[in-house]
Ligand binder design. Structure first.
Ligand SMILES: O=P(O)(O)OC[C@H]1O[C@](O)(CO)[C@@H](O)[C@@H]1O
Length: 390
């Protein structure tokens, strides 16, 4: 099946992916020079990386890099070849790994482990928009699980988590802050998800995406699942190191928990409960190396496959996870979601705002309407979907 549609490549002038490399990455590197006191050596290394991606061949990691072996396998056949021949998924992922390398993130020294996107993430997490979001939790009704009110509350939390995905910093480097009001969902699997969870409360895996304004509503959703008994335990999968600008790491996760706990009202109660769930082991934070791999979930390693296979439900957040889940290919948008995720070892749901070319599981009328009315619908971030194979 994978061979029947072409992979998304980035070196196609005028394509969305081309813009990521030619417009977004230069701006991102400029922004780093504003946010951090970079040395001449670091600036030079970042400049070289940009040039390499746009005009050069792919250089491997230094042999002594801690993840050199992993990347040798993940990139086999690509090193020494032009960057332009690599797929969008692979190239963008490797770009972020090399960016960290250019800053000395993996070396001994003062930049070791220092999140270069930390200043931008912190500004968001402690900004007024987050204050307002957290205060809004005071207005949510208390409702019994299983009641109509409980379902409405669940829907509201699921939807908040979904639209939180629009808040990714990488996207906003070129798209600007606003992308219009939340629109109707292109696919709405909410009812099926609630029925599924109510019938089989167990361990839920939530594969998180961005920190701050996305992770906070994710955590509120996690609290809802645990608090109402729809989940007995939750495993929150985050990235082992900074990635795609605002992707959540363990440090970002604990910063969000502290932010919730130090808020007031309902947000503080959620924070307190989640804090205890972490202490008791009902909420586990996991940072698997494959979370930063340049590959689709069809190629995940056995330990991760076992983790997802044993879960009642795996929730994949965000655009990149969606691309990795369904395959980063030019699929017909009407390809059934269940076909695209047939490789996945357990029940799986995707919560995603559309920020790249890939889409599956839409009906033909929806696709025709979007194509006619709104040529940029796949990448504008104005549309969202909730799809599930249970
Ligand atoms: O944070 P998200 O939802 O995964 O979005 C990141 C997306 O941003 C991009 O870098 C460009 O929009 C995509 O390649 C990627 O899928």
């Amino acid at each position: 099946m994978a061979g029947s549609s072409a992979e998304v490549m980035w070196d196609v002038p005028g394509s969305f992916a081309w813009g990521v490399f030619h417009e977004r990455h230069p701006r991102l590197i400029h922004q780093l020079g504003t946010d951090l006191p970079l040395t001449a050596e670091q600036r030079h290394a970042l400049g070289e990386l940009l040039d390499e991606t746009l005009t050069g061949t792919v250089r491997p990691l230094p042999a002594d890099a801690p993840d050199a072996g992993r990347w040798a396998a993940w990139g086999a056949g690509r090193y020494g070849r032009p960057w332009g021949e690599t797929s969008f998924l692979w190239a963008e992922s490797y770009f972020y790994r090399r960016l960290l390398g250019a800053l000395g993130y993996f070396d001994q020294g003062t930049w070791h482990g220092l999140d270069p996107f930390g200043p931008a993430k912190a500004a968001e997490l402690h900004g007024g928009a987050v204050d307002a979001e957290l205060a809004g939790l005071d207005d949510l009704p208390e409702s019994a699980p299983g009641s109509a009110g409980g379902r409405a509350l669940g829907d509201a939390l699921l939807t908040a988590s979904l639209w939180g995905n629009r808040a990714d910093l990488g996207f906003r480097i070129t798209a600007g802050r606003g992308s219009g009001p939340d629109g109707p969902l292109l696919a709405d699997g909410r009812e099926a998800i609630w029925k599924h969870l109510a019938a089989r409360p167990g361990r839920v895996c939530l594969v998180a995406d961005n920190a701050g304004p996305e992770l906070l509503p994710d955590l509120v959703l996690v609290d809802h699942l645990l608090h109402t008994g729809l989940a007995e335990a939750v495993v929150l999968h985050v990235k082992p190191h900074p990635y795609y600008v605002s992707d959540a790491t363990p440090a970002d996760t604990y910063a969000c928990l502290r932010r919730l706990r130090s808020a007031s009202g309902a947000a503080a109660e959620v924070g307190e409960r989640l804090w205890r769930e972490v202490e008791s082991g009902c909420l586990v934070v996991r940072a698997h190396p494959f979370s930063c791999a340049p590959l689709g979930y069809a190629d995940m390693p056995d330990d991760l496959r076992r983790d997802f296979a044993a879960a009642t439900l795996t929730v994949m957040k965000g655009d990149l996870n969606y691309r990795r889940l369904v395959g980063d290919r030019h699929w017909p948008a009407t390809r059934p979601f269940a076909d695209a995720v047939a490789h996945f070892p357990g029940p799986v749901a995707a919560l995603r705002t559309l920020k790249s070319d890939v889409a599956v599981g839409l009906d033909a009328a929806t696709e025709a309407r979007l194509d006619a009315d709104e040529p940029g619908w796949r990448t504008s971030g104005r549309h969202a979907l909730i799809q599930a194979r249970l």
